[in-house]
Design a protein around this ligand. Structure first.
Ligand code: MLC
Ligand code: AMP
Length: 509
């Protein structure tokens, strides 16, 4: 038997059910896509991409609304052996311009309504081809690809070939592109298939409700690879709407969400044990799940949420057990194959129960930051462990509890917001002397940013105007929900801003 290529798509394709005419994806608009549609649609797009005669390793940057065609474009990029670069639809021109300059994508695909400004930035960065893809199956990508063949031989990639670049914002400086290989993602998807007890079609199958955006690790990899690698149907929701999720709950078995999704679902009186009785598994991640939410979910649905932990650079790292005790407030033990340790400031492993930095090693850990060898080296220990920037503690059973972060990061509704990035935007505004952005607790988003700003001598600043200015230059989810003008920022003896004081002062507000 010939050995299967290490190309991730080859493995996903091998897991498609024998009946290719079975439904693979059902959208909330009632569109049905079979497994054959996914295979042929991605083949057409892969052939089209390859017809562009792009150099090996070309980046295909994609900023489009969620659609099944966008999913096919992802699969097409994988199977053609190019590098997929997903971009949040909320990113504005300053953010996108940076990504294009840094990644130099050969192809950019965007929504038609953004074509003017996106193509200007792309051509400036040397991109050869800018195409459009809309969420109603229109756009120049599909028009140009229409004549391509629907038969395609999957590229023969090696496990260490880069498949995806995911940009993560930085605590200092600009965003870094985390390079994930075919091997990183396949190894992780295979581990999760076992760990979460995915039921094969022969065992009755699983049906996943896909309610997340498809430009980050959670909605692009954990959900999609999980379903495809198991031959499981997806109920594909264009956006998260708790009422729509409830309508589909009786026909599904698996749901994955960030904590905000669970909080909003709990706000629906229609969420009952009866409605959730066919469900097999609810999984939460990307941000801390409050114990209150964990418990309220048990009471309302009779299900215990399985919380897991991961990040863009590593895909999934730990998971509460599928069979076994799921402990609220913890993210469970390290997944098989993941070597996880908690260390002190000198890199020595701390005692069980003590708090320290979380470091990891394994086949899932990324290949480094795109064109940033020094930054990559800084994030690894001499013995090859990746420093996650998260702080936690392991108990006697190996369960990890995340207690904080050494990186200055706010996680809002599952999206990462880096204060340093916002502070630099605020500091550039006229009349601003300095600023600090801190995260405060929020009932819906878990945490939100608050900006604290000091005016230049003799200037009167309008906090509302600062928010308006920020909304015009950064993704809307990054914009602080409040802005306060103060006389000065509290500093310690070293001159460092005491963000903890600002956090407690403005939490109540
Ligand atoms: C939207 N807003 C947010 C926000 N989402 N503000 C802060 N944080 C967020 N996450 C803004 C909107 O722009 C709007 O601002 C206002 O808040 C109200 O918006 P909304 O209508 O309530 O937002 P909605 O469109 O419903 O989106 C909320 C959400 C979405 C929770 C559904 O944020 C979401 O899909 N989050 C999931 C993120 C995710 O997939 N993370 C995975 C990362 S991978 P205004 O000013 O316009 O009114 C990862 C690794 C891992 O972390 O381990 O998984
Ligand atoms: P990202 O860089 O967007 O992939 O975000 C990764 C970060 O999200 C991690 O480093 C953690 O700080 C956080 N994270 C992911 N899952 C969890 C979780 N279950 N609990 C707490 N934090 C989490």
């Amino acid at each position: 038997m010939s050995e299967i290529s290490s190309n991730l798509y080859a493995h996903l394709r091998q897991a498609f059910p024998a009946d290719l005419d079975a439904i693979a994806v059902e959208t909330d608009a009632g569109q049905l896509y079979t497994w054959r549609d996914l295979d042929r649609g991605s083949a057409v797009l892969a052939n089209f991409l390859q017809s562009l005669d792009l150099p090996q390793g070309s980046r295909i940057a994609v900023q489009v609304e969620k659609s099944v065609e966008a999913l096919m474009l992802y699969l097409a990029t994988l199977r053609a052996g190019f590098v997929f670069l997903p971009l949040n639809t909320a990113y504005q021109s300053a953010e996108i311009g940076y990504f294009f300059d840094n990644a130099e994508p050969a192809v950019v695909v965007c929504s038609a309504h953004n074509f003017a400004w996106v193509s200007t930035l792309a051509f400036k960065a040397g991109t050869r081809c800018v195409l459009t893809l809309n969420d109603d199956r229109t756009g120049s990508l599909l028009e140009r690809a229409v004549h391509a063949s629907d038969v395609h031989a999957v590229a023969d990639n090696r496990a260490d070939d880069v498949a995806v670049i995911i940009y993560t914002s930085g605590t200092t400086g600009r965003s870094k592109g985390a390079m994930l290989t075919h091997g990183n993602m396949l190894s992780n998807a295979l581990v999760l298939k076992d760990a979460w007890g995915w039921r094969s079609p022969a065992q009755g199958g699983d049906v996943l409700i896909h309610a997340l955006p498809i430009f980050h690790v959670h909605g692009l990899f954990v959900t999609i690879h999980g379903a495809l690698l198991n031959g499981s149907k997806m109920i594909w929701l264009a956006r998260f709407d708790p009422k729509v999720v409830l309508q589909h709950l009786p026909y599904a078995t698996v749901f994955m969400g960030v904590p905000t999704l669970y909080v909003r679902l709990l706000g629906e009186p229609g969420l009952t044990k009866g409605l959730a009785k066919h469900m097999r598994l609810f999984i939460s991640g990307s941000a801390p799940l409050l114990l209150d939410t964990f418990k309220a979910w048990q009471v309302r649905t009779g299900h215990t949420i399985l919380e897991r932990y991961g990040m863009s650079e590593t895909v999934m790292l730990t998971s509460n057990p599928y069979q076994g005790v799921r402990r609220g407030g913890t993210v469970g033990p390290a997944l098989p194959g993941v070597n996880l340790r908690v260390t002190d400031a000198h890199g020595a492993q701390v005692q069980t129960g003590c708090i320290g930095d979380i470091q990891v090693k394994g086949p899932n850990v990324f290949a480094g930051y795109w064109r940033m060898p020094e930054r990559t080296a800084e994030e690894f220990t001499p013995d090859g462990f990746f420093k996650t920037g998260d702080v936690g503690t392991l108990d006697h059973d190996g369960y990890l509890t995340i207690v904080g972060r050494s990186k200055d990061l706010i996680i809002s509704g599952g999206y990462n917001v880096y204060p340093a990035e916002l502070e630099s935007f605020i500091n550039d505004l006229p009349g601003v002397a300095e600023s600090a952005v801190v995260g405060v607790p929020h009932a819906d988003f878990g945490e939100v940013g608050v900006a604290v700003v000091v005016a230049r001598h003799g200037v009167t600043l309008d906090p509302a105007q600062i928010i308006v200015r920020l909304k015009s230059c950064v993704a809307n989810y990054k914009v602080p929900k409040q802005c306060h003008v103060v006389a000065e920022l509290p500093r310690n003896a070293m001159g460092k801003v005491q963000k903890n004081l600002l956090r407690s002062r403005f939490s109540a507000a």
